[in-house]
Ligand binder design. Structure first.
Ligand SMILES: Cc1ncc(COP(=O)(O)O)c(C=O)c1O
Length: 399
């Protein structure tokens, strides 16, 4: 298979994209915000999309259960994570975020509590707010080197009206990949408080340093019975515009509750190109994925080393997975917010820290899924925007 040249990304091709990352801001703004990668898609996806369009195969997809996608998902979970999944306990959705919203409608009532671990990918917070549920916030701990879970605080965030833990593993934006002991401690709390877990595992193919993903639903039958897992090929294979995702239910009862609360046509249907692309990703995309993950790992190292060397004032834990770095810029005192400052003075678009939860207003999230050349320019633009003395200032002591 020819190697994808991830170093050679043509800027004019990116600028011509109409997707959110490259089309939201003026052309002189370098975007490093929303979670899209700048790389070309895997050859297997490229081929299947071209072949489908060549025969104008853009009609109705066959009934979701007959597409073979549920079986492909089950094979993938077995092969990659040693997790035996019954394909009949899988539902096909259009997107993971849709799955989060629907899960709250299915497993809780307005006014009931949902636990979310902040900082968090913004739709976790909007899903709770916009469905009229109550946010039970469990803030991750941060000690400059690593993010962690305060289990006592997690337990304290739960009250008798709390129904769901909306979990993210690997975690966006911290980049944490939770360990088995951590997951087991969460299991104990979940069982003690009779919670349902909705586990967003969309980043599970993007792990570094030889880490292994552990699906939450694989942690034993008692946990499986209360776990709905959401995932898709959209993040790791960079096809979010094709709208196709899956939900796995660790027990039929959980699946029945979901299907009763949200019948198929309320969910909307996946597109046929999303189906073809997801199958091509999961069945034939391994070499491409391995290459991309090792490129991302080297970019991750570059981000962490550059930040430590040139920007000691910025605090950043090394991401263990995902392609996001979450940077604490509090010590730089950038007004009105670091992201706004970098936008105005560096012509660089990073994600605003405030969208990841209260208390993160002085943080920014940086997307490093791009060529090394563009990543280098991202840091150059940051440098342009900040007084060098400020950047070198030692960070304040960790709490
Ligand atoms: C944790 C997480 N879940 C879900 C999504 C979006 O998934 P989808 O486009 O399938 O809704 C993202 C995108 O960045 C994400 O980071």
């Amino acid at each position: 298979m020819p190697k994808a040249n991830l170093d050679q990304i043509d800027r004019s091709t990116l600028l011509a994209r109409k997707s959110e990352k490259w089309h939201t801001y003026p052309a002189d703004i370098l975007p490093a915000w929303v979670a899209e990668m700048d790389f070309p898609v895997a050859p297997s996806i490229d081929r299947v999309l071209r072949e489908s369009v060549n025969r104008w195969d853009v009609g109705y997809p066959i009934a979701p259960n007959d597409t073979g996608l549920r079986e492909a998902f089950a094979r993938r979970m077995e092969d990659r994570f040693d997790w035996a999944v019954n394909p009949e306990q899988v539902e096909i959705l259009t997107e993971v975020v849709q799955g989060m919203y629907l899960s709250l409608l299915a497993y809780s009532e307005p006014g009931e509590g949902v636990v979310v671990q902040t900082p968090i990918y913004a739709p976790f917070l909007s899903a709770v707010r916009e469905t009229g549920r109550e946010l039970r916030e469990n803030r991750l701990t941060f000690d400059t080197k690593e993010w962690g879970i305060d289990f006592e605080a997690l337990e304290a965030s739960i009250d008798p009206s709390t129904r769901v833990l909306l979990f993210c593993n690997p975690h966006n934006p911290s980049g944490r990949v939770f360990t088995r002991p951590e997951l087991e401690s969460i299991c104990e709390i979940v069982l003690r408080h009779d919670l349902i877990v909705v586990s967003d595992e969309i980043h599970s193919d993007l792990l570094f340093d030889g880490r292994a993903h552990i699906p939450f639903g694989s942690l034993g039958p008692e946990i499986a019975a209360r776990t709905m897992t959401l995932t898709s090929a959209s993040k790791a294979f960079n096809i979010p515009g094709l709208r196709c995702a899956v939900a796995h239910f660790g027990h039929r009862k959980l699946q029945d509750r979901f299907n009763t609360a949200v019948p198929r046509h309320v969910r909307g249907g996946m597109g046929i190109l999303g189906l073809y692309a997801t199958l091509a990703a999961w069945e034939e995309g391994h070499d491409w994925l391995n290459e991309v993950v090792s490129y991302l790992e080297r970019n991750r190292n570059f981000v962490v080393e550059t930040t430590q060397m040139k920007w000691p004032a910025i605090r950043c834990a090394s991401p263990q997975g995902t392609y996001m770095a979450f940077l604490d810029c509090s010590a730089l005192n950038l007004a009105p917010s670091p992201a706004r400052h970098f936008y105005e003075h560096g012509r660089l678009a990073l994600s605003e820290g405030r969208v990841f939860g209260p208390g993160f207003e002085s943080w920014v999230r940086l997307n490093f899924a791009t060529s090394r050349e563009i990543l280098t320019e991202i840091f150059e633009r940051m440098e342009q925007a900040v007084d060098p003395e400020m950047a070198r200032k030692a960070p304040f002591a960790s709490p």
